[in-house]
Design a protein around this ligand. Structure first.
Ligand code: HEC
Length: 137
């Protein structure tokens, strides 16, 4: 029993010591995925391909989360700011679903406006993170 726990702790410590924002870390992978889906929406807009737009916006709304240990590390790093981070992610999801709805109605004007709103959520969280969180690390 005791032996099993010590192994468990070793694994936990190994995971925790991996910096969450490290180059090539899971956070980067998720963000690069988001960035690709935004490009896909842009391409869909030029081609007026509403199915592409809907799929890409859905992928943004349902983006993967980092593995559990990385998630715990992120929350620990964010401390009292973690609820704001989660709220920003939730707002992104809601905005992306608005794009999905506009695409399903084949309303290009609404897609365009809501796409910009999604972009604003990306930028807002980045500025917030860089200005309020990162300097303290
Ligand atoms: C809830 C917060 C949050 C939201 C919303 C968010 N991001 Fe990020 N993003 C981050 C954080 C944190 C980083 C790491 C910033 C740093 O280390 O400077 C990051 C970094 C990135 C990077 C750089 C990755 C790299 O290679 O270093 C890209 C690209 C990116 N985000 C794209 C997006 C796009 C596109 C969206 C919107 C669809 C988005 N993000 C929405 C938090 C967010």
């Amino acid at each position: 029993m005791r032996r099993r726990y010590s192994w468990l702790w070793m694994i936990v410590l190994m995971q925790i010591s991996t910096p969450i924002m490290a180059e090539g870390g899971p956070m980067d992978e998720i963000m690069l995925g988001l960035s690709e889906e935004m490009t896909r929406i842009g391409d869909g807009i030029w081609a007026e391909e509403f199915s592409t737009i809907a799929l890409a916006a859905e992928a943004i709304a349902e983006h993967p989360l980092p593995p559990l240990m990385q998630r715990l590390k992120l929350l620990a790093d964010l401390g009292s700011n973690s609820s704001q981070f989660m709220a920003a992610d939730k707002a992104l999801k809601a905005a992306a679903l608005e794009v999905v709805a506009a695409a399903k109605q084949e309303d290009l004007e609404a897609v365009l406006n809501r796409y910009q709103a999604v972009q604003q959520h990306c930028v807002d969280c980045h500025s917030w993170y860089r200005n309020s969180i990162q300097p303290q690390n």
